[in-house]
Design a protein. Structure first.
Length: 368
């Protein structure tokens, strides 16, 4: 099969195989790969607009037993100097700050705490909703859901039901890294397996919960494993009930490894701008049933984020008020609302402020 035949197949939104995806990634000239991804992007979203969001990250605890080699943020419960759990006063201050900046959502994540069962997380969500009932909670992720279910002797469905009743709105795609057990056993020995991660998301979709999917690449994985990861996400999306939003967006970014145990054990390399843009493009091409692809500027920088908008991405994600995990491993990029708007305009697109459901929002503050 020639590259042109593969391009035609991709443009028809026909599912690509692993071998076909790998071939496109390895053999297609970057300019042609980016052009193909852009054609698919505009076939799905004809408007020359780019969405963005104002939310903040809140890490409710840094205590974690997962043992991820790439994480400098976590610590053991016995580390009394570093370990913490957020209190209600801190939550209130962070929510107030978010609202002052025009934000409407919290990305709520933490470690796999060895002692916190479902009752802690129910109280956490209810506390936030009591402070601000209208705030949207994009909280936890498959590893945390599996962990909570195990500690609480509950099924995944029972766990999600109780969390939804307590205030959970959507489930982020955290902890995916690479959905191959060979990689997961080496990088994140304490996290759920590939099948467990996918199971949580499949159940969430059946329950009508909106989610996202992610990939963290650029470490010990192969190109074949990257494409296999994408196909697993695509195939799971195809199983969702028609009335379920399923994966609303996909986000990939290169792993940040500065000062981590990962670089002590494995040889790593810096991911080039072109390679990242190729990953954005191949994500758009393979994930033919997911509407939105994010540009991942937080780890790659403003300029690379702008280029990603010409490589298949249609969303710039959030300005991310407070980020602790990837920044602890070397990511230093920041944008405020005005800078985000200007970035999108400079890239040649119309900025479009959205909520977590990709509905338009009107900013009611004077922050821009």
């Amino acid at each position: 099969m020639t590259l042109n035949t593969l391009y035609t197949k991709a443009l028809s939104l026909t599912n690509l195989t692993i071998d076909e995806g790998v071939r496109l990634f390895n053999e297609a000239p970057p300019s042609q790969l980016f052009s193909l991804a852009q054609k698919i992007r505009f076939a799905k979203i004809p408007e020359k607009r780019v969405s963005w969001q104002i939310d903040r990250n809140i890490n409710y605890t840094n205590v974690c037993i997962s043992g991820c080699l790439f994480c400098n943020f976590h610590c053991k419960l016995s580390d009394k100097e570093r370990s913490y759990t957020i209190n209600s006063q801190e939550l209130e201050e962070k929510i107030k700050h978010l609202r002052q900046l025009g934000g409407d959502q919290i990305l709520l994540q933490g470690g796999l705490h060895p002692h916190y069962d479902i009752s802690y997380y129910e109280k956490l969500l209810k506390t936030i909703k009591s402070i601000d009932p209208s705030i949207k909670l994009n909280a936890f992720g498959p590893p945390e859901i599996s962990h909570i279910a195990r500690l609480s002797s509950l099924t995944i469905e029972e766990t999600l039901t109780r969390l939804i009743d307590a205030g959970l709105n959507t489930l982020p795609g955290a902890g995916a890294e690479i959905l191959t057990d060979r990689v997961r056993k080496q990088l994140s020995p304490g996290k759920p397996t590939t099948s467990q991660w996918l199971e949580v998301m499949e159940i969430a979709h059946k329950m009508g919960l909106g989610t996202t999917a992610t990939m963290v690449y650029g470490h010990i994985e192969t190109i074949e494993e990257r494409v296999d990861h994408l196909i697993k996400i695509r195939d799971l999306q195809s199983k969702r009930p028609k009335e379920s939003p399923g994966f609303r967006a996909f986000i990939c970014w290169p792993m940040q490894t500065e000062g981590t145990k990962l670089v002590e054990r494995y040889e790593t390399r810096e991911i080039s701008i072109v390679e990242h843009l190729k990953m954005v493009a191949i994500s758009r091409i393979v994930l033919n049933n997911i509407a939105h692809i994010q540009a991942s500027w937080l780890t790659t920088g403003r300029e690379t984020g702008m280029l990603a908008l010409h490589s298949g991405a249609d969303d710039m994600g959030s300005i991310m008020i407070e980020e602790n995990v990837v920044s602890s491993a070397g990511a230093e990029h920041k944008l405020d609302s005005a800078e985000m708007v200007n970035t999108i305009k400079e890239a040649g697109f119309e900025p479009w402020l959205r909520d977590q459901d990709y509905n338009p929002r009107v900013l009611t503050t004077s922050t821009i």
